[in-house]
Each structure stands twice: as structure tokens, then as C-alpha cells.
Design a binder for this molecule. Structure first.
Ligand code: G3P
Length: 217
């Protein structure tokens, strides 16, 4: 499973890049707001350090506006994936932009039917939002499972990009189901390294080591 980092925080991306944990980046208007930077400037900086797809989101509501914004965002770098929402206009924009050879990430997907339409419209990525479904006591991971089955049934090449990931368990479950990509905030990727028994084991080893009076260096 590819790891995308869901942030516009360049320092956090750099830290994960050093460990080869970044196959791409996703941003959205909320993350741009959080970074407190100009969208074109920060996106260009991210594209200069990340080779993989970097999603930048349109904000127009009509297809023509999304297409115009998508073309503008795509000027930032060749590895931009234009993000459009899963509305009828978003699907129209997806078809036009993907026919022009752009990578398109169709976002705010909450049903398997929406994902089916995005694949038909030529989406490069479909972004089902797991956490926001879980917030409503629905089963976000079940949506990933349904989309995986449908895409595999018909050989769609659209990549399932599990999004709105909130926990390390979400990452594991998305990987088990076979999501092509998961995008997660840096802190969730770091949390995947944590285990209480690892911490306890280190504590015991250090205590025993101290009693030997030895040193490695
Ligand atoms: O990838 C989409 C993500 O940014 C939304 O996450 O936690 O706001 O639902 P969240």
C-alpha cells in the first residue's frame, strides 16, 4: 500500500520523506488554512521535494470553474493531481481533466455508487472518507471493502485512496482490504510504530543491561 501524507506542513513531510514513508501528498482547503500559507507557494514547495502525486483541491462548484482551477493548479508542477468533489459537476470536470492527461483525485466519496461513477469518469484516485463515516456510527472500512470488490469485478484502474484516516488501525485495515493508497496525517503514520510491549521490552532490556555494567561505545 502506498502512503500519502495528508498535510500541507512541509517540515512534517520532510521528516517522513527521510524514512521513505512518502509516496505522495494530499491537501485540501482545510489543510491549506491550517498551514497558513498561499496555496500555490506551499504546493510548489511540496512538489519540489516529493516525486509522487501531490493532490491540490479545486473550490469551484461548477464543472467549468473546476476545470479552469484544475488547469491553473496543474501549472504548479507535473505531479499535481487535481482534486474535485464527488458531485455531478465534479464528475464532469474529472472526465475533461483526465481526458487532457491530468491525474484526477475525486474526493468526498461516501458511497460505493459514487466510487463506481468516478471510475467510469476516468478518475486516477477515488478518496473514500473513512473517519467521517465512522463519526456517524457507519462503517467507513466497509466502504473500502465494497469499492475494492466492485473495482476488481470490472478491472477498473482507478486507485482506491483511503482518506479521512484517523488511527493506526485504519491504516492496517485499509492495507488488509487492499486499498491502493492510504493518506494519513503525519501523527497517524508515526503512531503505527508504537506498541506498549515494545516500550515495556526496552525498559526491561535497559534495566538488565545496566546491571551488567557494560558499554557498547
Ligand atoms: O484526506 C481527507 C482528510 O483530510 C479528511 O480528514 O479527519 O478531516 O475527516 P478528516
Amino acid at each position: 500500500m502506498k502512503f500519502f501524507v495528508d498535510t500541507a506542513d512541509v517540515d512534517a513531510i520532510r521528516e517522513l520523506l527521510a524514512l521513505n514513508m512518502v509516496d505522495g501528498v494530499t491537501t485540501n482547503p482545510s489543510l491549506i488554512m491550517k498551514a497558513g500559507r498561499d496555496i500555490k507557494e506551499v504546493t510548489a514547495e511540496i512538489c519540489s521535494i516529493v516525486d509522487g502525486p501531490v493532490s491540490a483541491e479545486t473550490v469551484a462548484l461548477d464543472a467549468e470553474g473546476m476545470i479552469a482551477e484544475g488547469r491553473e493548479l496543474r501549472k504548479i508542477a507535473d505531479n499535481i493531481a487535481v482534486k474535485v468533489p464527488l458531485t455531478w459537476d465534479g464528475l464532469r470536470a474529472c472526465k475533461v481533466l483526465s481526458d487532457e492527461g491530468y491525474m484526477v483525485n475525486v474526493t468526498l466519496c461516501f458511497s460505493a455508487n459514487q466510487a463506481l461513477l468516478a471510475a467510469k469518469a476516468g478518475a486516477t484516485f477515488i478518496s473514500p472518507f473513512i473517519g467521517r463515516l465512522d463519526d456517524l456510527n457507519l462503517d467507513g472500512m466497509e466502504l473500502i471493502r465494497e469499492i475494492r470488490t466492485i473495482y476488481d469485478n470490472y478491472g477498473f484502474e482507478t486507485q482506491i485512496l483511503a482518506a479521512s484516516i484517523r488511527t493506526a488501525n485504519h491504516m492496517k485495515d485499509a492495507a488488509l482490504i487492499g486499498a491502493d493508497v492510504a493518506t494519513a496525517p503525519p501523527k497517524v503514520i508515526q503512531a503505527m510504530a508504537g506498541h506498549a510491549l515494545t516500550d515495556k521490552g526496552i525498559e526491561t532490556f535497559l534495566k538488565d543491561w545496566e546491571s551488567t555494567g557494560q558499554k557498547i561505545l
